[in-house]
Design a binder for this molecule. Structure first.
Ligand SMILES: Nc1ncnc2c1ncn2[C@@H]1O[C@H](COP(=O)(O)OP(=O)(O)OP(=O)(O)O)[C@@H](O)[C@H]1O
Ligand SMILES: [Mg+2]
Length: 366
């Protein structure tokens, strides 16, 4: 191997002091640098190396076979690296070896050939860098990652259990709704000839919509909340199909908005009453079109339900109507810190606005 021309100037500067210079370089290195004979015996170790290996006197290790100084499990890696160096190649590996005083240490080891000017390999240079801190930090990170993984697995299992439980509760609530509806319908049939008959039928219808609201009330098992737009969109579609109306849903609320389950149930009930009214009073012999719009302003939510029916009666007064629907809407609107207002829709039908204040537990509002 020849010395590059640019480096020849350095040799001039050293002016024959190369040996002393080489020793200074070796001693200034923070690494543990060893010179080995071809058979692996230790001939030299720099002073920082002795310090790193906690060797007080080089005589303790001089002539010792280097691989033998390492724990058994590293012998193969060392033998391989030395064979490579003898063949003129460099090998790098990481291994554990305690110091002479038993302090545990990890080393990043580079084993390379030392050649004569003619290229012949005459010795082996082993340079070990103490990487104990890095390896320890890496181990800690690995342990933390494993702990995190275990936590995620536990959380997933808890979520899965919660999902099953929610499914089970859902199933039971549905069954209870069906049983109540069936019972009321039976009673309505039995009392069909008296005044109470149709009223019992109305109650059965109302509980049917309530069960539909419940069916669309899908809780996110992780947050326990309901995604508002998904819920309203599914509910309006479901009610439209069930009541044979054309329901168009427009959404102006961010997809991330979530509301707590009791608010979601109240919103669902309000929409069910208003959509039900639009269809019931929207003109008996035709397919009514209902527009449902949801928008938000700050932490207030606006629900609008409009139809293309005949519109509200001229003497309509929400506080003096006989029906239950308007009362339910007013109660829910008030409960949620809002109000129910009404007027005419652009299509000439009725228009109802419910403006509600969502409570602090709702998320995603800007
Ligand atoms: N979309 C609408 N179009 C026209 N009139 C409506 C509309 N919504 C409500 N009304 C009028 O308001 C009245 C009161 O509605 P409300 O929902 O309280 O009772 P209802 O629908 O008659 O009966 P219930 O809801 O108890 O089954 C209705 O009878 C109807 O005259
Ligand atoms: Mg009604």
């Amino acid at each position: 191997m020849s010395i590059p021309d640019d480096n020849l100037a350095a040799l001039d500067l050293l002016d024959g002091a190369e040996q002393g210079f080489t020793l200074s370089v070796l001693d200034s290195s923070p690494d543990c640098i060893k010179l080995l004979e071809m058979d692996g015996r230790l001939s030299f170790m720099n002073s920082n190396g002795m310090c790193a290996m906690e060797i007080d006197d080089f005589a303790q290790v001089q002539g010792a076979v280097w691989p033998v100084m390492w724990p058994q499990e590293s012998h193969d890696a060392l033998a391989d690296a030395m064979a490579e160096a003898r063949a003129g190649r460099t090998r790098r590996f990481e291994a554990f070896c305690p110091t002479a005083k038993g302090t545990p240490r990890w080393w990043d080891v580079t084993v390379s050939p030392v050649r004569l000017a003619n290229g012949e390999v005459t010795r082996i240079l082993a340079c070990s860098r103490d990487v104990t801190d890095i390896v320890t930090a890496r181990e800690q990170l690995r342990e933390q990652a494993m702990l995190l993984k275990a936590e995620v697995v536990l959380k997933d299992a808890a979520l899965a259990r919660q999902k099953v439980l929610l499914g089970e509760i859902d199933h039971r609530v549905k069954n209870s709704f069906s049983a109540v509806i069936a019972l009321l319908r039976m009673q309505a049939r039995i009392h069909a000839d008296v005044d109470a008959g149709p009223l019992i039928g109305d109650a059965a219808n109302r509980i049917t919509t309530l069960s539909r609201v419940h069916e669309q009330l899908h809780l996110d098992p992780e947050s326990g909340f309901v995604t508002l737009t998904d819920y309203v969109s599914a509910l309006t579609q479901d009610l439209g199909q069930a009541l044979n109306a054309h329901v168009e849903f427009t959404n102006h609320v961010q997809a991330s908005v979530r509301v707590n389950p009791s608010q979601a149930a109240a919103i669902g009930q309000l929409l069910a009453e208003l959509i039900g009214n639009a269809i019931k009073h929207g003109g008996k012999d035709r397919r009514t079109t209902v527009w449902v719009d949801v928008s938000a302003q700050g932490d207030r939510l606006m629900l609008r339900v409009m139809d293309d029916g005949p519109g509200l009666p001229a003497d309509f007064d929400v506080d003096s109507v006989d029906g239950l629907g308007m009362q339910i809407c007013q109660i829910y609107a008030q409960q949620m810190g809002g109000a129910l207002t009404y007027g005419a829709s652009p299509a000439g039908g009725a228009s109802f606005d419910v403006d509600i204040q969502l409570d602090a537990t709702s998320v995603g509002f800007s």
